[in-house]
Design a protein around this ligand. Structure first.
Ligand SMILES: Nc1ncnc2c1ncn2[C@@H]1O[C@H](COP(=O)(O)OP(=O)(O)OP(=O)(O)O)[C@@H](O)[C@H]1O
Ligand SMILES: [Mg+2]
Length: 367
């Protein structure tokens, strides 16, 4: 699927440009702000709930700025332990720690003349905050293991967080001086439920992207399911919407998707033909299923390996398959796609399930 690579949750990645979709007034205002702030070099702090599109906004700013010809580099400050993050940002010199076989430039150096996007800045440790502050004050890169100050680099810093930094400051978990350095311009991206007008536009856009895959039957979303999607609260914002649409594209059986094609979480909130499940503790199977369907891990690399290494039981494997069949309404080919398997692996997948007595009968899942 074309979008997969761009969504993979790696800690550091060069981003491809996603257009900022949305027709609401809030989005129009945001676009104007972006245009305005792209002209300057001032540091920007972008806030907003998880999945609202903070990184997309940062990319748009970079693209419209004079730095567009240079790199846009995103660094997830929550994704790495402190020492690795330090080396990731500032680089290191050979021999500075075990495994440092050669000098390595940091993202701030690679981003020279471009933009460096520091995502989840609220998760940085106080020591890292200190190092970042020193860099922001001097522009000088202190590589890990270097005796003296290094090269001066010119990067534009855009930081983002879904945390309330003022609360973190009050708790002593975030440096106030760093906050004022970063918060020269503040942009807030509103949650999706506060700009519902954007929902149908986003749905159509992503459906179009995902259904370019030849295996997809679905072409459009019917009126009723669209109105349910528009009413839904989207706690995971646009990221959740993208996931839901991808799953409809994979599991939908007709050209026009119906209410039945909507995932349970969306229908439950709307009370359409679905009784909320009793609250229960999350199981290992739930977590594995989430890794497959939301984090796009392949069945082979996550479930299969764990099962073969006896890290999970046959019961758990069966439970994962059961969940897949439920979502795919008993169609094993769709289960294979949900689990990110290549078409040519379908037989191997079924053989594996059969051999380990995990090929559940599909009939009960057909409506
Ligand atoms: N307005 C938008 N137009 C198009 N795609 C969007 C928009 N907003 C968000 N997305 C998509 O939603 C997903 C999440 O966006 P993004 O990574 O920018 O969110 P975020 O606010 O940085 O989330 P987090 O707080 O979890 O880091 C991405 O796949 C992105 O392409
Ligand atoms: Mg982000």
């Amino acid at each position: 699927m074309a979008l997969r690579g761009a969504f993979a949750g790696r800690s550091v990645r060069k981003s491809t440009q996603t257009p900022l979709i949305g027709t609401s007034r809030q989005m129009a205002d945001l676009r104007q702000e972006i245009e305005r702030v792209a002209r300057s070099d001032a540091k920007i702090l972008i806030t907003g709930e998880s999945g609202v599109g903070k990184e997309v906004v940062a990319q748009c700013i970079h693209q419209q700025s004079a730095r567009a010809g240079a790199a846009f580099i995103a660094v997830n400050c929550a994704g790495l332990p402190e020492t690795l993050l330090e080396s990731e940002l500032f680089g290191h010199v050979r021999g500075s720690f075990t495994g440092a076989y050669r000098d390595k430039p940091g993202k701030l150096e690679i981003g020279h003349e471009g933009t460096v996007f520091l995502d989840e800045i609220g998760e940085m440790t106080l020591r890292m905050q200190g190092l970042l502050l020193r860099f922001l004050e001097t522009g000088e890169l202190q590589k890990v293991g270097a005796d003296s100050g290094g090269r001066i680099v010119n990067v534009r810093i855009i930081a983002a967080t879904n945390r309330n930094l003022r609360d973190l400051i009050a708790q002593g978990a975030f440096r106030e001086d760093l906050f004022y350095r970063l918060n020269v311009i503040h942009l807030e991206v509103p949650p999706l439920r506060e700009r519902r007008e954007d929902i149908p536009v986003l749905v159509d856009y992503f459906l179009d992207q995902f259904t370019q895959d030849s295996g997809c039957v679905v072409r459009t979303i019917g009126t009723e399911p669209m109105s349910i999607l528009t009413r839904y609260n989207w706690p995971g914002n646009v990221r959740q919407l993208v996931n839901v649409i991808e799953r409809i594209a994979i599991t939908g059986r007709d050209q026009v998707a119906t209410v039945d094609d909507l995932p349970a979480e969306v229908r439950v909130q709307d009370g359409v033909g679905f009784r909320p499940k009793r609250e229960r503790r999350r199981t290992v199977a739930d977590d594995l299923y989430k890794r497959l369907t939301e984090e796009h891990e392949s069945f082979w690399s996550c479930v299969y390996t764990l099962y073969m290494d006896r890290e999970i039981t046959r019961g758990t494997l069966r439970e994962v398959i059961r969940k897949g069949l439920e979502e795919a309404r008993g169609n094993y080919r769709i289960v294979a796609r949900l689990f990110n398997l290549e078409a040519r692996d379908y037989k191997r997948f079924l053989n594996f399930l059969r051999k380990h007595d995990c090929q559940l009968p599909f009939k009960e899942f057909r409506q």
